[in-house]
Design a protein around this ligand. Structure first.
Ligand code: C5P
Length: 224
């Protein structure tokens, strides 16, 4: 059967990655969480005290950094590695969420990561989630989904995810972070978050994960 690219874009914490992961598992496709890559660059810069506007140092960092994904055999999860070391938990912390959108506006960061994402998906057979997959990374993706949900619902889901990892954050702080990131992501000059003209809109406010997965799989069957 021919292999296709499935692009899942949308606002922060809409359930993109949970849906994308399940769709990939169902189809035997690779799953690539592009947000994790922007988070990894942010962690790298913060750990080295590299100011986000210090372009020569940011460019050097992009040259030196090595981002990859390693499959955890126990959980089946694809975990993000920075220079070969799994940093999955750290990249999900609030301190990274609070800075990542400022890093992802930097054109050099976007050029480097978009090129890497295109290499990762060149053989197709991938589900990629992010903000600009259907518009910039794979404008020729066969299936494009644009996810959205009410901000309070998204914040509650995010709060639960963080609580599982023992990070207890007030709902208000999360709502503020989501609004801020959505704003920066949607208004940046380089590949802003926007729905591709041919993307299908999926509002997950009142949907369970299984329904979201079925919705995407139906679109996929129509294209295979
Ligand atoms: O998906 P996640 O919420 O982990 O993404 C973190 C941040 O990375 C987003 O808020 C956005 O600033 C950036 N991002 C991006 N382009 C992508 C994926 C993520 O700019 N394709």
């Amino acid at each position: 059967m021919r292999k296709i690219v499935i692009a899942i874009d949308g606002y922060s914490s809409c359930g993109k990655s949970t849906t994308a992961k399940a769709v990939a598992a169902e189809l035997g496709y690779a799953y690539i969480d592009t947000g994790a890559m922007y988070r990894a660059v942010t962690l790298y810069l913060l750990e080295r005290d590299i100011a986000f506007d210090d372009l020569p140092r940011v460019e050097q960092a992009l040259h030196d950094i090595h981002i990859s994904f390693k499959r955890n055999r126990k959980t089946g999860r694809n975990e993000l590695c920075l220079d070969g070391v799994i940093r999955e938990d750290e990249i999900r912390q609030m301190r990274i969420s609070n800075s990542v959108s400022e890093v992802s506006v930097i054109p050099a960061v976007r050029h480097t990561l978009v090129a890497q994402q295109q290499r990762m998906g060149r053989k197709r057979g991938v589900v990629m989630d992010g903000r600009d997959i259907g518009t910039t990374v794979f404008p020729d993706a066969e299936v494009k989904i644009f996810m959205t949900a009410d901000v309070e619902t998204r914040a509650r889901r995010r709060q639960e995810e963080l609580a599982v990892k023992n990070e207890h954050v007030e709902l208000e702080e999360i709502v503020e972070n989501l609004r801020k990131r959505d704003h920066i992501d949607s208004t940046r000059a380089e590949s802003p978050l926007r729905r591709a003209a041919d993307a299908v809109l999926l509002d997950t406010t009142h949907m369970m994960i299984d329904e979201q997965v079925d919705f995407v799989l139906e679109r996929v069957s129509a294209r295979l």
